[in-house]
Design a protein around this ligand. Structure first.
Ligand code: SF4
Length: 306
């Protein structure tokens, strides 16, 4: 039985960290007496700060990931890494720490990433097969304070921004015309009033408060959308260049897929897709898959009760 477990999540995206939470919580359940540390980047690291299953959150500075991993390995007797970048598998092998550093082996195109992680670790005897969807821990005080920033009623919160232009849905304005008030937005890009800025924990707490009110969050395949689902809000995810079968949200989240038959989509090698880096879609001036997701379909998904 390991006494000191290290989870390394240094893929670089907020959504990547959220997708690794089933691993973190699965290890905590499997080894309840062990110290469990998570090494990741800011700002996502803050999301774990109050997590009772995490003994310590370690921060790696961008550009200094190998040094951070090497230092953390000195106090570790089991390591699980979602990340193969930065020479991490080689560092772990050199250090001689037991663990798993390849959670990307032979990924099936239709198996969700988080479930794939858990399945591999279960096969290695490190996790039970029981899958726990990503969940964030927020304090009651944080959620209560965040609730005050929301409009009265049952809100719909739009998350129009995306770190990559290939993920930007072009129909936000039309959607606003189809939703009942109150509708608010996180950031610019829609006609809806914007919520005041806050930090990442504050945003997660707002999503949790939306969930408590029975509201809905709508966003693209981005980190904040995954944070909303993990914070407990009913969430509708808009999936275009990524395949919802592999990157979609866990139930009760709803994952809508645009242009499911696009022949250019590479579900297990998305960074090699022709459209990925420059948003150059061979089928249309804008990403045809996201154009294909109609405002009416999104509004229907947002208002449908499970
Ligand atoms: S090629 Fe176009 S339609 Fe296909 S996934 Fe990329 S952006 Fe979407």
């Amino acid at each position: 039985m390991p006494d000191r477990i290290l989870v390394v999540e240094l893929l670089g995206g907020l959504g990547d960290l959220v997708m690794a939470l089933p691993v973190v919580h699965g290890l905590a359940a499997r080894f309840p007496r062990a110290e469990l540390r998570v090494l990741t980047h800011d700002p996502g690291a803050a999301l774990l700060d109050s997590d009772p299953t995490v003994t310590e959150v370690l921060r790696a500075a961008r550009g200094a990931e190998p040094e951070a991993v090497a230092a953390a390995l000195d106090d570790t007797d089991l390591v699980v890494s979602t990340t193969r970048l930065h020479g991490i598998p080689e560092l772990v092998a050199e250090h001689g720490t037991p663990g798993v550093t390849d959670l990307w082996r032979s990924p099936p195109p239709d198996e969700p990433v988080s479930r794939r992680y858990v399945r591999i670790l279960a096969a290695e005897g490190l996790l039970a097969r029981w899958y726990r969807p990503p969940r964030l821990h927020l304090t009651a005080a944080e959620v209560a304070a965040a609730d005050a920033a929301l409009p009265s009623g049952v809100p719909t919160v739009l998350v129009p921004g995306a770190g990559m232009s290939v993920k930007v849905w072009p129909h936000w304005a039309a959607l606003c015309g189809l939703l009942d008030a109150p509708v608010v937005a996180v950031g610019p890009g829609t006609p809806a009033p914007e919520l005041p800025p806050t930090d990442l924990r504050g945003l997660a707490a707002r999503f949790a408060a939306v969930g408590c009110r029975g509201g809905t969050v709508i966003g693209g395949d981005t980190g904040p959308t995954r944070v909303a689902a993990a914070a407990g809000a009913r969430t509708v995810g808009l999936f275009g260049p990524t395949l919802a079968d592999r990157y979609g949200l866990d139930i009760p989240g709803v994952s809508l897929q645009g242009l499911p038959g696009c022949p250019h989509r590479l579900p297990t090698a998305i960074t090699e897709q022709v459209c990925w880096w420059e948003a150059r879609c061979p089928l249309a001036p804008l990403p045809a898959c996201l154009v294909d997701l109609s405002p009416a379909a999104v509004a229907a998904a947002a208002t449908r009760r499970p």
